[in-house]
Ligand binder design. Sequence first.
Ligand SMILES: *Cc1c(COP(=O)(O)O)cnc(C)c1O
Length: 421
Amino acid sequence: MSLDKSRELYQKARNLLPGGVSSPVRAIKPYPFYTRSANGSKITDIDGNEYIDFCLAYGPNILGHAHPQVKEAINSQLEKGWLYGTPTEAEVDLADRIAGMYPSIDMLRFVSTGTEATMSALRAARGFTGKNKFIKIEGGFHGAHDAVLVKAGSGATTLGKPDSLGIPEDFTKHTLQVPFNDIEALTDMIEKYSDDLAAFILEPVMGNIGPVLPEEGYLKEVRKVTEENDVVLIFDEVITGFRLAMGGAQEYYGVTPDMTTLGKIVGGGMPIGVFGGKKEIIEMVAPSGSVYQAGTFSGSPTSVAAGLAVLDVLEKENVHKKLDETGNKVRSALTDIVSDLNLDYTVSGISSMFKIFFGDKPLDYQDVLKCDKEGYVKFFYKMLDSGIFIPPSQFETNFLSTAHTEEDIEKVLEAYRTNLR
Ligand SMILES: *Cc1c(COP(=O)(O)O)cnc(C)c1O
């Protein structure tokens, strides 16, 4: 497999783009492959190597790449112009459909990324409650804005320290953290800071360290304790929304938060974010209320058109049932492989998300940190050599799409068996 063109391009790119990339996770060492095109389940680099893609842009492409119906929707929007700076009928339609599927969403605002969605959701929750602090989960990822870029601290009582240069500690002093799957830590934290606590934000299934699943009953307990203490519960469903079910993890687990953030899938591969929730909270957002939020590209017509097309396909083709079945098949085959090879590894996942942890079953971030991260990276390169593109990190989820064929699945399982050995 030659990667000459990618290597050459990287030499140029790294002088122009930090790390040669536009987002850190893409910076595969010693250099990433640069993509020429992608279609269905396949992604092709500029040297002409083709990989079966289980990364799928880190989540959005649940129908695979360049799905014809989504492409058609985007093309037909392009004919009519692609940015107006005015409201459109299509955005009202998409809002109506989302609100109909997510029990927590009466009203919503469209934004352009998941980062913007969580940033604005937290602002709205703070505006609504008049309080400053919020709790997040250690290792939970909510995009790259100041308040949420706080690493797993040295314990549940530590106040947030920024995870990046350029963020004043003052900006994260209201960010509190608890471990996932630990209702006691959450209850204690809420009690301790209830005077000034606006919200609790979490990924109902932790997608950015794994996936790590909620333990039986955890989300219901979370709902109960936040409700009793008037803490706004925000589900960050940027990954799980339209992935676990049309109504996301809240439908899947039957737990309704006060607010929800969406992104990734709902833009059909075009940039999008959504934050929504109870009417009394979202009505606080400008111009109907005094929580300011705005964006040139918000409700972008191409993103909305692509989003409507994705929802059509997901609904009509009963996609989640099929993906659940494929996911179960893959996870059970991987479990067999791990056991055949006598490895102390753990197969994790739900619906169309799957992953092998190189270690014991994790319940939270600290557990995931104990996995063999270097071993995982070596494994990643072997998979790439076998023509399989999985995310290059122990902390990212593999995704299945409707575009993966039975042959793709057989190939990936074969590659897992060979390369794990
Ligand atoms: C990807 C992601 C975000 C950030 O979305 P962007 O569109 O990359 O800004 C936020 N929350 C979760 C759970 C995500 O997976």
